[in-house]
Design a protein around this ligand. Sequence first.
Ligand code: CTP
Length: 399
Amino acid sequence: MLEGKKILIGITGSIAAYKSILLVRLLVKQGAEVKVMMTPAAKEFVSPLVLSTLSRNAVIVDLAAGNEWANHVMLGRWADVCVMAPLSCNTLAKMAHGICDNLLLAVYLSATCPVVIAPAMDEDMWQHPATQKNIALLKEYGNHLIPVNNGELASGLFGEGRMAEPEAIITYLIAHFFRGDELKGKKALVTAGPTYEAIDPVRFIGNHSSGKMGFALAEELYLRGAEVELITGPTQQKTAFAGIRVTRVVSAAEMFAASTAAFPTVDIAVMSAAVADYTPEQAATEKIKKQSGNLALELVPTKDILQHLGSEKKKGQYLVGFALETQNEKENARKKLVSKNADCIVLNSLRDEAAGFGVDTNKITLLDKAGTEMVSELKSKKEIAKDIVSFIVARTHAE
Ligand code: CTP
């Protein structure tokens, strides 16, 4: 996603400057071209030598070095985005008021690329009305703010003012500037995770689905430019992309209601949730007490979400289902393709130990109505999500 992207990092005098080392390293690792500029004060906190080695470019600090003038105008034109991280209280104030007493500020004032700021300071400085006014000014001027975190500060106190973590800064950059456009203008719905069917107030029927595959799919669709709604059952998974709309549900009935409400306006729907096929006819209102002898639970079928969406599907909507099979795998998956009116089925086999529930890897076969069968290697769920989304992109663009 960051391959060949030109990113200019501005480092100012703040203890959090040590995090810029990791930020530069991660950006370069992801294929970005990185240049670093620093304020003179920043050199007290982190060595230009480390940063020039990691960025593979000379670090620029002064407007003039020896007989050479550093062309600040060109730096701000070279970059696709400029990230001030960490941004100290002092430089933040100077930026807000157009002061230009070092190279970094000259670059900022002449930059034609978007500028992202990741402030770092002590809580009292952060909350001071002067700082908050300066932040408001910078936002008004079109700068993008990555909010500070709450946590331990350089003073030893705990509170607001920590610079966002490098991974979070990269996620922000990708989400705001570097998403693909293959699915731009398209809306996608993804279901993920298990459902819990209540037996009584403390017990439920569930399954081992972790939600990892569904979250990876939602993120991949989002990274290709789609607007994404993710409906998930109970899971520990979180997405770092604030642009993905996440609706958390518990039961199959709740997932059905949320999915059917969202479906009419989406272009792509991917049903990766492991929805319970049966639910207790009636959940007990009080905890069921232990009795001597057996306990029989009356289970009734849940509504099949995929099948319902298949019956409601309009022309131009692409519907993907999952099939988890243990025997006659392809035959059963093909049956599901037809009976649920899906456009594609992602077949998961439980035969492979490293594939399926709970683990980070998966192995799938993609089947569609045209008779296509695409078998993947055992890969990370993120890589599998890329394959599935590429398959969807190719099919939806061909239509
Ligand atoms: N599914 C659904 N709603 C349900 C049950 C399943 O939307 N109530 C969806 C799943 O999200 C998945 C697909 O149906 O995309 C297949 O689920 P699976 O459990 O493999 O198939 P079932 O139709 O439940 O059939 P069986 O359990 O008999 O294999």
